[in-house]
Design a protein around this ligand. Structure first.
Ligand code: NAD
Length: 492
């Protein structure tokens, strides 16, 4: 097993400094570097420069200086560079996957899937650079007046990325910004800085000019100062953030001072609804994939699993059988199907919310404990959990499946919508009319019908209510977030 001495096959991909103006840079403050842990063992395997608002200032200056010329690079040339980034990521697929395992704790098979999924975005979005277009209009009340619109890049932007999909989310945001003609300052999550740094180096190799892509690495301690600086500095014209709703709200209040454009992809509290006419085996297999991949730390993971009363016990049995077959462990070990929780705080919270559910009357069918030296948590099944438990009211971000009973369609729609979140809901039924009614009534950015596959590069992804605002990916949508509409008016 590769642990503390882990090195990429191509060691030049692994750097531990920030990245400004195409150069590796140390933190101005000289502050002690922060540590990156292997979530499955807790071992420290990398130390990374701990940057703050001064370094962020330098990164913003580099992005600002590079913007005028980058925004004038032709769309076709930008598209070609993105395709080259895409090619280089695929060429380094195995290295990226190992890096993702070491940073996030997920299983290798999932990490390989992440690299493949990430490049579906770079591939699609390269072409989007050439499809940014405007409108031509005649004034309705004056035959001599014409209007034209163009979509122009919003300016230098700040990308605040989370730790759960360090490659997919950083690459998706990055290439959308580059396609639109924006320059970027990226702040990766403190748990996963190396994947982003590797990506920045590949951008350089792909021919992206200096200053267009800059990376500020910061610990959990200095992250708030960096985030605040990015929100409040008027040279950055937009912030795109993926993470928790609490941090999203903080960033929105900070960005108000400069009235920045925002894209926020935040938490969820999605429902997984299984009606008694559903294919139960398909619904159970899909729930295992949806709810337990990356140890439940995916924003589109179902959080509240509603099972119609008549099939409740049978479905619980199917889940118990399937969960017994999973092998949680170190992501690089042979045969491991599921990995660790990424952070110590995440693993500790998992146990706290399991204990809370049991204390409130839930039955613990399987799991419930941590194991190993790192942040591994057993896959946990809870039944008959009261709806007052934290596992119901809040997003868990942990490998916990908790089942709730319902009687009829109207009741379950009401329960599903009774949350401030609105990211993704799932419905399992063989009745097409019911499936359509649920799609129309459920309050979320996505409603998945008889599938766990709630997102794909070609479709716009994003939440409503307190799950965020704006879209990523899709035909036009994600790139448009990095543009503004500029109107020209002309009297003939
Ligand atoms: P957290 O709220 O502490 O952090 C979430 C993310 O925001 C991290 O990447 C973190 O580095 C960053 N962050 C924190 N404070 C910041 C600040 N002041 N300025 C800028 N960035 C800041 O939560 P956590 O413990 O890391 O993760 C747990 C919760 O986060 C989950 O329950 C989930 O709701 C949410 N989350 C969501 C996603 C997603 O894909 N939508 C991804 C990761 C985490």
């Amino acid at each position: 097993m590769v642990h503390a001495n882990f090195k990429l096959n191509d060691p030049s991909l692994l750097i531990s400094t920030g990245w400004i103006n195409d150069k590796q840079v140390k933190a101005v403050s000289g502050r002690k570097p922060f540590e990156v842990q292997d979530p499955a063992t807790g071992e420290v395997w990398a130390t990374v420069e701990n940057m703050d608002e001064l370094d962020t200032d330098a990164a913003i200056a580099a992005a600002t200086e590079a913007f005028p010329s980058w925004s004038q690079v032709s769309a076709r040339q930008r598209a070609r560079m993105i395709l080259e980034i895409d090619r280089l990521v695929r060429e380094n697929r195995d290295d990226f996957a190992k890096l993702i395992v070491m940073e996030t704790g997920k299983a290798l098979v999932e990490a390989l899937g992440e690299v493949d999924y990430a490049t579906t975005y770079s591939w699609l979005i390269a072409g989007e650079a050439e499809r940014i277009h405007g409108d031509t209009l005649k004034a309705n009340d004056n035959p001599n007046v014409r209007f034209f619109t163009q979509r122009v890049p919003v300016g230098p932007v700040g990308l605040l990325c989370p730790w759960n999909f360090p490659l997919v989310i950083a690459l998706r945001k990055l290439v959308s910004a580059l396609a639109a003609g924006c320059t970027v300052v990226i702040k990766p999550s403190p748990e996963t800085p190396c994947t982003t740094l590797a990506l920045a180096i590949l951008c350089q190799r792909a021919g992206v000019p200096p200053g267009v892509v800059n990376v500020v690495t910061a610990s959990n301690h200095t992250t708030p100062a960096v985030g605040k600086k990015m929100c409040e500095d008027k040279r950055l014209k937009k912030i795109s953030f993926t993470g928790s709703t609490a941090v999203g709200k903080l960033l929105m209040s900070q960005a108000a001072s400069t009235l920045k454009k925002l894209t926020l992809e935040l938490g969820g509290n999605g429902a997984w609804i299984v009606f008694d006419d559903a294919d139960l085996d398909k619904a159970a297999d899909a729930l295992i994939a949806n709810k337990l991949r990356h140890a439940g730390q995916v924003c589109v993971c179902a959080n509240r699993v509603f099972i119609q009363a008549g099939i409740y016990d049978a479905f619980a049995k199917k889940m118990e059988e399937r969960m017994a077959k999973l092998k949680f462990g170190h992501g690089l070990d042979e045969g491991v199907t599921n990995g660790a929780v990424t952070t110590e705080r995440g693993a500790a919270r998992a146990i706290t919310i399991i204990d809370d559910a049991v204390k409130q009357g839930a039955t613990l069918v399987t799991g419930g404990k941590r194991f190993g030296t790192g942040f591994l948590v057993e896959p946990t099944l809870l039944v008959n959990t009261p709806r007052t438990a934290t596992v119901y009211t809040e997003e868990m971000f942990a490998p916990i499946v908790s089942l709730y009973k319902f009687d009829n369609e109207a009741e379950v729609i009401g329960l599903a919508n009774d949350t401030d979140m609105g990211l993704t809901n799932y419905v399992w039924t063989e009745n097409i009319s019911r499936a359509w009614r649920c799609y129309e009534k459920l309050e979320s950015g996505t409603v998945a019908l008889n599938t766990a596959n709630a997102s794909t590069a070609e479709a716009p992804f994003g939440g409503i209510k307190q799950s965020g605002m704006g879209k990523e990916g899709g035909l036009g949508y994600g790139v448009e977030e990095f543009t503004v509409v500029k109107l020209a008016a002309l009297t003939l």
